[in-house]
Design a protein around this ligand. Structure first.
Ligand code: 0RQ
Length: 503
């Protein structure tokens, strides 16, 4: 029996990825593991894509509905999108081929809060789940599953699916065992009870996932790395944004609204988030905690240096360098990292209780602080809302960050009216660009507009925004949140028509 599959019943189900796809039928809802390029199935999706391509070549329709934790990788989202094998996909994604297909209108993409996915599946909003396709790092003698580098929605998928296909990935460190905390206490309304997590490091569940052996139809062995994209080194804009934010946190400490240990940090994905973490390391902070979704390279460095005392998340998103650092000191990190289901890492009740400091990227903010995290020009999907809404709505502080311009200055990230709204003015407290920081707490809409324009807009767009706002304050139908309706989205229209928001 292979050492990673120590249960004889499961060992007897070993088969090739190709054979495993026989359990997936056209029209099935297939719920897959995977969160930000970690812990996704590596072999069966590719084999499924090949079967789909052959079926399409023979004139047959073969598509499935795909649910995941969050974004995966070219081997899953990319492979299935390339052969047009998905009729529906949810939630967050970031694969270029899938993004292109979504924006060409070739499949239905449903962008929902990451904390909602599991409970909406339990409520039956996505219909029955036919197959769970889940990567694990080991199957124990007792039949319990040791998760791999992400937990995501795997508990829910294994509980709800009719049939289960497991991929056991030998590439994942065996030493991951013990790092996970899978909470089995969630119930459906009206029988819900408080979730007994009071501190970011509390362990409230089990280190393994349960599965009904009678549902398992195939076990596929793999030895393949996670996506592990390298990070670009922080550029001047990212460093400036990080600098403004760290200065603000110091100010909050000085005013007595935060202690030097801050409150649990949530940090989005991407280079700006990584730069903020590096900035904290240089800023003399110690003994911080993180209650977040994703552990990026920056967090490993903070844990190693004692800046972070511990980190709770649902997934890793490490570069090849980060993976090496993790693997070489896995015992050190096991004591300081907890990986939880995403319904717990992103749970509004817990984020509100812990008082998280939410720090996420944005595409644009309007002058009143309505934030668009997802759509270019209101219609083209970038990635998805991910967990940003879970944290922004419920955090102690909610911060949104972006360079003040995009595409070499052709686009302003501060606009008269957001072309799509993911986070309303009621949820956004702090907006930061390389130009500066706007603290919107306790401000009315007109006060917010003046602050955002003065502190965050790029100097080449600031006069245009001032002009818009001043005219709106004279001519608007109502003067609470002044707008010129015929002009509010004209900047986006100009960009779509000419490639630039500049007149
Ligand atoms: O495009 O890749 O073609 O160059 O958007 O922008 O500046 O590199 O920033 O990587 O932090 O991404 C909002 C997309 C920012 C991300 C978003 C273009 C820009 C570039 C990327 P190119 P940057 P980032 C936790 C939390 C939602 C989910 C979330 C995101 C590309 O932060 O997906 O927060 N957030 N999850 O050129 C046109 C604009 C633009 C623009 C940027 N105004 N107009 N293009 N871009 N602003 C994680 C999870 O939930 C899993």
């Amino acid at each position: 029996m292979p050492d990673r599959i120590r249960h004889s019943g499961f060992a007897a189900l070993r088969c090739s990825a190709d054979e495993a796809t026989a359990h997936i039928r056209p029209g099935d809802t297939v719920a897959m593991s995977g969160f930000t390029g970690a812990g996704y199935p590596k072999a069966v999706p590719g084999a499924l894509a090949a079967r789909m391509e052959a079926a399409h070549g023979a004139g047959e329709d073969f598509r499935v509905r795909v649910l995941t934790g969050a974004s995966t990788a070219p081997e899953l989202d990319g492979a299935l999108a390339r052969v047009e094998g998905m009729e529906l996909r949810l939630p967050y994604q970031s694969d270029p081929t899938l993004r292109e297909r979504i924006n060409a209108g070739r499949l239905e993409y449903i962008d929902i809060h990451l904390s909602h996915v599991a409970q909406h599946a339990w409520f039956g909003y996505f219909g029955p789940i036919d197959v769970a396709l889940v990567e694990v790092s080991q199957i124990r003698e007792d039949g319990l599953l040791v998760p791999s580098s992400s937990v995501g929605n795997n508990k829910t998928w294994l509980d709800l699916a009719d049939r289960v296909i497991l991929e056991v990935n030998r590439w994942q460190p065996a030493a991951l065992e013990g790092m996970h905390d899978v909470y089995y206490g969630t119930a459906l309304p009206p029988n819900r009870k408080p979730i007994p997590l009071l501190h970011p490091d509390d362990r409230i569940g089990e280190t393994t996932l349960r599965v009904d052996p009678a549902k398992v139809v195939a076990v596929v062995e793999t030895d393949a790395p996670d996506r592990n994209s390298p990070f670009a080194p922080p550029d001047d804009d990212s460093r400036a944004i990080a600098g403004h934010l760290i200065e603000f946190l110091r100010h909050e400490i000085a005013r007595g609204r935060l202690t030097p240990q801050l409150l649990p940090l949530q940090s989005g994905v991407g280079n700006i988030a990584n730069a903020v973490l590096e900035g904290l390391a240089d800023g003399g902070f110690r003994d911080l905690t993180a209650y977040t979704e994703v552990i990026q390279d920056g967090m490993l460095g903070l844990l190693r240096g004692g800046v972070l005392r511990m980190a709770s998340a649902t997934s890793f998103s490490l570069s090849p360098k980060g993976i090496d650092a993790f693997n070489s000191e896995v015992d050190f990190y096991r004591e300081r990292i907890v990986l939880r289901p995403q319904e717990i890492s992103n749970h509004p009740e817990l984020i509100r209780r812990l008082g998280c400091i939410a720090m996420n990227g944005m595409i644009e903010s309007d002058i009143y602080g309505h934030v668009n995290s997802t759509h270019i020009a209101g219609s083209r999907m970038m990635n998805g809302i991910g967990g940003s809404g879970d944290f922004a709505r419920n955090g102690y502080l909610s911060v949104f960050m972006s360079p003040s311009t995009a595409k070499n200055g052709a686009i302003s990230s501060i606009v008269p009216m957001a072309s799509h709204v993911d986070h309303t003015e009621h949820d956004t407290m702090i907006i930061v660009t390389e130009q500066g920081l706007a603290d919107l707490r306790g401000l009315s809409p007109k006060q917010r507009a003046r602050t955002i324009i003065a502190n965050c807009a790029h100097p080449s767009y600031r006069p245009m925004l001032e002009d818009y706002f001043e005219r709106a304050c004279r001519e608007s139908y109502g003067l609470h949140t002044p707008h010129l309706l015929g002009e509010a989205l004209s900047w986006h229209r100009r960009f779509v028509e000419t490639g630039s928001m500049r007149p």
